[in-house]
Write a protein that binds this ligand. Structure first.
Ligand SMILES: N[C@@H](CCC(=O)N[C@@H](CS)C(=O)NCC(=O)O)C(=O)O
Length: 214
């Protein structure tokens, strides 16, 4: 058994950690669960320790959750050259960290609030609520479109994948797939970049290994 285990809930951010593990060339075991009624089954939730949210990663005695934290943990421990997350002292580190944090704290936050309104608002004008909540994510996605146009390569920070792409890919995919404030076809540069991400051998291997689908 490899020392690393990835707790993987279907149709989730867990693909970020699997893609990163593949980029780093690490062996890992996958503990996989389908969703039940949209969420993790109770037995799966308690087994992973911590908050019962996924991804969760175990590496020997260490258990970490939060996909951004897992990203930093894996890069700090297994990306000693700073290929995916530049090392301390390199100003590019903070560009990558900015995307790592923004993927959850800005893009996912602004997208998921719309989804929660769809799921939980039982009366009143849901479409109006959704429209009111869409301004933030539209600005975020326009910003991403512009950042990708400015990049000197196929990925966010040039022609090589970094942890910035690995974190942001899921957020953008999710927002577009669920049409959270934006519609398919409105963000051509973002959609092309998503295709580039998904064409990498490491992403394809992560999907093959885990069975991820959205
Ligand atoms: N901010 C956390 C979010 C974790 C999270 O909410 N994961 C969802 C799947 S994308 C989950 O575990 N849901 C299952 C449940 O709540 O039962 C991260 O980036 O890892």
């Amino acid at each position: 058994m490899p020392p690393i285990t990835l707790w993987f809930l279907q149709a989730s951010r867990c693909i970020r950690s699997a893609w990163l593990l593949e980029e780093l060339g690490l062996r890992y075991a996958v503990k996989f669960s389908e969703r039940e009624n949209g969420v993790a089954p109770p037995a799966f939730k308690t087994a992973a320790g911590g908050l019962g949210k996924f991804p969760t990663l175990q590496d020997g005695e260490t258990t970490v959750f939060e996909s951004g934290n897992i990203t930093e943990y894996l890069c700090d421990n297994y990306d000693k050259q700073g290929r995916l997350l530049p090392l301390v002292g390199n100003p590019k580190r903070y560009e990558v960290l900015q995307w790592i944090h923004a993927a959850e704290a800005t893009w996912a936050l602004h997208g998921i609030t719309i989804l929660y309104a769809r799921w939980h608002q039982k009366d009143g004008d849901v479409a109006k609520t959704e429209e009111g909540m869409s301004g933030n994510i539209r600005k975020d996605m326009d910003f991403l479109e512009a950042a990708l146009k400015q990049s000197k390569g196929r990925f966010l920070l040039g022609d090589e994948v970094t942890a910035a792409d690995i974190m942001m890919h899921f957020s953008a995919t999710f927002v577009i797939a669920r049409e959270l404030g934006v519609k398919k076809g409105q963000l051509p540069t973002v959609e092309k970049w998503l295709q580039e991400c998904e064409a990498t051998e490491s992403y394809k291997k992560a999907v093959q290994t885990t069975g991820h689908k959205l």
